[in-house]
Write a protein that binds this ligand. Structure first.
Ligand SMILES: [Zn+2]
Length: 301
């Protein structure tokens, strides 16, 4: 049973929007690709987890804290016998393991996820002890990408390669005991301790003037959207939606990118560009958000 779903992080949401609305620098692009690939890898791993038949609680994407130290867990599985902790990596290409370090061939050193894993495991253990329990923890790094090769892979490290996931899940499935109220309580405690979002992100500062304005197509993400007979129509792919839906989508995008900016008719009118009448924007905002203030000081929340 999934007790905590995986959702797209705010950082990835923002970077996706920036990618659509401005030209990313190569550093930003790298960051975007790595976030996107990481997320795709985790979602792919979820498909394996969702096929488990044994009694278990699944907690995705936990951000926990113990003694002022924050740690993140991609996937946590509570079974009657033990807790499984998975660090999922979507690395692709040829890598080599050498003196406890990981290199993308030929020579690019990357973070060794085994170090991340042992840090998370140790912090999780401290947290569980604080919660009054000391279960066995099986922690592993999962290399989810089928196009990943690790030369000189150490035999004594907790690594699960893509070709081994199925077998590993089968092993977990073999347990036939049932979860108890004690497990449920622990799972609920961990979910309630989740810190939701990283406060620090690697996003470079951006401002309104740098970004392309306009409504983007929900289907092909292009800016080739025009307003015609009460509909927003994409000239590129033909996708249609009502103007109010398209405007509300754009309002959400604006709010994600500029959470502290007030939503006013003028701001959204400029942000959407293609809706000519301000009155129309005002109506859409008024019927979907709470109005605060009057006349030119009106904003929506
Ligand atoms: Zn389109």
């Amino acid at each position: 049973m999934i007790l905590k779903l995986r959702t797209v992080t705010m950082e990835l949401k923002i970077v996706r929007l920036l990618n659509k609305r401005k030209k990313l620098t190569s550093k930003e692009k790298q960051h975007f690709i790595s976030l996107q690939k990481g997320y795709e890898g985790e979602v792919l791993f979820d498909t394996y987890i969702s096929q488990l038949k044994c009694d278990c609680f699944v907690l995705n994407d936990l951000l926990l804290e113990i003694n002022n130290t924050t740690f993140q867990i991609d996937s946590l599985l509570i079974t009657p016998q033990r807790i499984y902790l998975f660090e999922v990596k979507n690395y692709q290409g040829n890598y080599v393991y050498e003196s406890d370090k990981l290199f993308k061939r030929p020579h690019l050193e990357v973070v060794n996820p085994l170090h991340q894993l042992s840090r998370s495991e140790s912090l999780l253990r401290q947290l569980l002890l604080k919660l009054g329990t000391n279960p066995q923890i099986d922690a592993s790094v999962v290399f989810i990408n089928p196009a990943f090769t690790l030369y000189q892979a150490p035999l004594d490290k907790p690594i699960i390669f893509q070709t081994q996931i199925y077998h590993y899940m089968e092993k977990i499935n073999q347990g036939d005991s049932k979860l108890s109220a004690k497990h449920r309580k622990l799972a609920d405690q961990l979910v309630s301790l989740d810190q939701k979002e990283y406060k620090q992100t690697q996003i470079e500062p951006y401002d309104y003037t740098q970004l392309q304005k306009g409504i983007t197509c929900l289907s092909c993400f292009s800016f080739s959207v025009i307003v015609e007979k009460g509909k927003c129509i994409c000239k590129k792919c033909g996708f249609q939606e009502t103007v109010s839906r398209a405007v509300l989508r754009s309002v959400e995008e604006f709010h994600t990118l500029f959470p502290s900016e007030k939503l006013t008719t003028n701001v959204i009118h400029d942000w959407c560009q293609i809706v000519q009448l301000k009155q129309r924007i005002r109506r859409i905002l008024a019927s979907n958000y709470k109005i605060i203030g009057v006349n030119q000081w009106t904003y929506y929340t």
